[in-house]
Write a protein that binds this ligand. Structure first.
Ligand SMILES: [Zn+2]
Length: 457
C-alpha cells in the first residue's frame, strides 16, 4: 500500500543528525524515512525544495487561562498561535485559569471545558499548592505530565510553597514517578527588595528587575536541587533565566540528581534595554536580564546544558498591561510567546550563533517529549511516531506585526522584531494544521495527551 503523504526533498532534522531526504506518512504516523533522492509513490507528494523539516515543537510550558479567564487566551486561540509557531503539542499549566488545576475535579472541569477547542495536541500540568498533597495521586492517575509549584508568590489563585512542601512534594514525585516544575525565585529577598524600592518611590521599569536579581533565582535553584537530591524526587526547574542557574542544575544532574532545566525564548532575546523600551508587555518573572546574562545563557544553550526550551506563554488583556505603563509594579507579568519560540531559536540561534539543528530538535521536541512521558509518540522524526512535523524556511527574513498573531489579545513583546527563519507549514498527526499564515484545521482536531510512563529522563 502506498503512503498517504510523501514529503520529499527536505533537510530532515532528527535529534542526532541532519540529512537530505524525505519522510512518508501513513494515516497519523510516520511510515518511512528516506535518505537521499529516492522517490516513493504516495497519494499526495509535497516537494519541500530543500527546506528544513523538523519534528514538531513540544512546548512544555503554556498558560491558556481556560476555564475562567478565556478573555486572556483560551485553548482555541492559544493552540492556533502554537500551530503558527511550529508547535504540535502544548503542555498547559494549572494556573492563571480559574479554578486552578489542583485536584481531580478541577482537572476534569478543565478537560470538559476545553474539549473541542484545540487544533493541536495538548496535555495538562497539575498543581502542587499548600493544601493538596492528598490530591496528587488522583491527578497522576489521570495523566498529568507534571506538577507546577511556586517557591515565590505566583500572582493569583495559586499558593506558594515553603520547604516543607517542596520536600514532601518531591518525595511524592519519587514514589509516583512524576515531576515538579518549579518556579525558582527566593520569595523573601524579592519581597524585601520590592518593598525597599517601592518605599523609595521607584515605579520605573528598571525597578522590576532590580527587585528580582539573579542571586535570588540562583539561591532557590540550588535549594530545590538540594531537596531533589535528598528525596530522590524529580525536579524540573522552569524558566531558568541565568547561566549560573543552568550550570548549577547541569552539575547536579551529572552527580545523579534528577533535576532538569527549562529556559525560555525571551531570556535569549530581550535584555534590560529592550525591557525598558518595551515596558509592560515584556514584564515577566524571573525578569528580563542584562545583555551579559543573555549571552551567558546562550553559551549554556550552545554548550548543551539546557534540557528544554518552553515559551512560558503567559497572556492577559492589554488592560492588564497598560495600567503598568507609568508604574511597572501595576502591570500583569507574562510574555505572550508561544507563536515565537521557534522563530527566536531559528533566528538568534541557528542563523546568528550556529546552533546545530539536531541540538535545537533535542531542546524543543525530543527532550520535552521524554521528560513528560510522551516519547516516542511525540518528539522525534522516526518510523511509528506521530507525524508531527514543521517545515521551516531558514533564510526567510520577516518582521512580526500584531496582525500576524493568533492570540486572543493581539499584542506581544516581540511585535516589531525581525527574524531570519520562518515557519511555513505545521503538520499534526499527518494533517496540515497551519500553512503560510493560515490555520487550516478545525478546533477539536487536537487530542488530549497523558503521561504514558513514569519519569525516565
Ligand atoms: Zn509559566
Amino acid at each position: 500500500m502506498s503512503p498517504d503523504l510523501f514529503l520529499k526533498n527536505a533537510q530532515v532534522v532528527t535529534e542526532n543528525e541532519v540529512f537530505h531526504g524525505s519522510v512518508s506518512v501513513q494515516g497519523e504516523k510516520i511510515a518511512g524515512i528516506v535518505h537521499g533522492d529516492q522517490d516513493v509513490e504516495a497519494s499526495q507528494v509535497i516537494d519541500l525544495q530543500g527546506k528544513v523539516l523538523l519534528p514538531g515543537v513540544v512546548d512544555g510550558h503554556v498558560h491558556f487561562n481556560e476555564p475562567g479567564r478565556e478573555h486572556w487566551e483560551g485553548y482555541r486561540t492559544g493552540t492556533m498561535a502554537a500551530a503558527a509557531g511550529g508547535v504540535t503539542s502544548v503542555l498547559e499549566m494549572p494556573l492563571n485559569s480559574t479554578p486552578p488545576t489542583t485536584n481531580r475535579a478541577m482537572l476534569e472541569l478543565k478537560r470538559q471545558t476545553v474539549a473541542g477547542q484545540a487544533v493541536i495536541d495538548y496535555g495538562n500540568w497539575g498543581g502542587l499548592v499548600d493544601n493538596n498533597l492528598a490530591d496528587l495521586e488522583a491527578l497522576n492517575a489521570d495523566g498529568v505530565i507534571g506538577y507546577k509549584a511556586f517557591a515565590s508568590a505566583s500572582g493569583v489563585d495559586f499558593e506558594r510553597l515553603n520547604d516543607d512542601l517542596i520536600y514532601a512534594g518531591l518525595s511524592k514525585m519519587r514514589e509516583m514517578g512524576n515531576l515538579i516544575g518549579l518556579h525558582a525565585e527566593n520569595e523573601w529577598v524579592c519581597a524585601y527588595l520590592s518593598q525597599q524600592l517601592k518605599a523609595g518611590g521607584r515605579t520605573d521599569r528598571a525597578a522590576w528587575y532590580e527587585s528580582r536579581p539573579p542571586f535570588a533565582e540562583l539561591e532557590t535553584v540550588q535549594r530545590a536541587s538540594y531537596w531533589a537530591k535528598v528525596t530522590g524526587g524529580n525536579l524540573h526547574v522552569v524558566h531558568v533565566s541565568i547561566a549560573d542557574g543552568i550550570r548549577s542544575i547541569a552539575k547536579a544532574r551529572q552527580a545523579g540528581v534528577h533535576v532538569t532545566a527549562e529556559t525560555c525564548p525571551h531570556y535569549l532575546f530581550f535584555d534590560h534595554q529592550d525591557f525598558e523600551r518595551i515596558g509592560p508587555a515584556a514584564k515577566c518573572a524571573p525578569p528580563i536580564r542584562s545583555r551579559q546574562d543573555v549571552e551567558a545563557l546562550w553559551e549554556c544553550v550552545l554548550g548543551g546544558l539546557v534540557d528544554t526550551i518552553g515559551s512560558d506563554h503567559s497572556p492577559c488583556t492589554w488592560d492588564e498591561k497598560v495600567k503598568g505603563m507609568e508604574n511597572i509594579w501595576k502591570a500583569w507579568g507574562g510574555i505572550s510567546g508561544v507563536q515565537l519560540t521557534l522563530p527566536v531559536l531559528l533566528s538568534e540561534g541557528v542563523n546568528k550563533r550556529d546552533l546545530a539543528l539536531p541540538a535545537l530538535a533535542r531542546m524543543l521536541s525530543y527532550n520535552p517529549a521524554r521528560l513528560f512521558g510522551l516519547y516516542p509518540q511525540k518528539g522525534a522524526i522516526q518510523v511509528g511516531a506521530d507525524a508531527d512535523l514543521v517545515v521551516v524556511d531558514l533564510d526567510k527574513e520577516w518582521t512580526l506585526t500584531a496582525e500576524q498573531l493568533f492570540y486572543k489579545n493581539k499584542f506581544s513583546a516581540y511585535v516589531g522584531s525581525t527574524f531570519k527563519g520562518q515557519v511555513q507549514r505545521t503538520l499534526v498527526r499527518g494533517k496540515t494544521v497551519y500553512q503560510d499564515g493560515q490555520i487550516v484545521a478545525q478546533p477539536g482536531y487536537g487530542k488530549l495527551l497523558r503521561r504514558s510512563y513514569p519519569y525516565a529522563y
